[in-house]
Design a protein around this ligand. Structure first.
Ligand code: GLU
Length: 259
């Protein structure tokens, strides 16, 4: 039995206009439900509040201003949870929503409350679904991206592994969108300066993450002794292969002396 934190990005959950990617969402829910049936503890960190809100409101694009983002998130988060609740219920799994800001995680008392709630939810076999509390998370109090949020969550609950499902297969030796010779790096035993330098800016117009935030998430996980994997969210069944110990995407090895 493993305690697995899975993060999915907006580009996996929704098409560019914000309409739901039904195939991805349905496959993801099915695989996570099955892994839960097999005895694993699953914690889902899901983006998509703003993206799904944009689709639900038929806006022409992701709002640039903070009130617009926050209002879109209010609509999208509600829709997102309805989608998850309905689909997970089909497999007899109960979900719970947790919305966090950086302030919650930085304050020892609030962080303790979060950890206690998570422990109880997992004891009750609930599948917690976590996102940033985007409707109130201004720049000053936001974690800012869900790669980092999922890494922090993984450390709070002593997860065995943090899996970031992205729109890319993993970490490459160069940007594969620009360099045809770029090679996938399957294992990163150490986050060297050379590896950290491979993080560029975000290249998605929907989500906020990019390789830089994923590498920072890897730093958080590995220094706490937790392995982290980046893999392609278009194929949720890859999660089975990961649990079978196959080499999928890029695996960052946690420093075991800190585990
Ligand atoms: N919390 C944001 C949302 O749900 C996503 C943040 C991210 O993509 O990293 O839209």
């Amino acid at each position: 039995m493993s305690r697995i934190v899975v993060k999915v990005g907006t580009t996996t959950l929704a098409y560019p206009g914000g309409r739901l990617n039904i195939r991805h969402v349905d496959e993801l829910v099915k695989v996570l439900s099955d892994l839960k049936n097999a005895g694993h503890e699953i914690i889902l960190v899901s983006s998509g509040a703003i993206g799904v809100g944009v689709g639900r409101l038929s806006l022409s694009g992701r709002p640039a201003d903070m009130p617009g983002k926050q209002a879109a998130a209010a609509v999208g988060q509600c829709r997102l949870m309805d989608i998850y609740d309905t689909r997970f219920s089909e497999y007899d799994h109960v979900v719970g929503q947790i919305l966090l800001t950086r302030e919650d995680l930085d304050d020892p008392e609030r962080r303790g409350n979060f950890e206690n709630t998570m422990a109880k939810l997992l004891e009750w076999h609930v599948l917690p679904i976590i996102n940033e509390n985007d409707t109130v998370a201004t720049a000053e109090i936001a974690v800012g991206d869900n790669d980092t949020l999922s890494a922090i969550v993984a450390t709070c609950i002593n997860a065995d592994i943090n899996i970031l499902m992205s729109d890319i297969d993993g970490l490459y030796t160069a940007d594969p969108h620009k360099d045809p010779d770029a090679k996938l790096i399957s294992v990163v035993p150490e986050l060297t300066e050379e590896i950290m330098a491979l993080g560029g800016g975000s290249n998605s117009s929907q989500g906020t993450g990019g390789m830089a935030t994923k590498l920072r998430a890897a730093q958080i996980c590995t220094t706490h002794g937790i392995d982290m994997i980046i893999c392609n969210g278009s194929h949720p069944s890859l999660l089975y292969d990961i649990m079978d110990g196959k080499a999928i995407g890029t695996r960052f090895i946690g420093k075991k002396e800190n585990a």
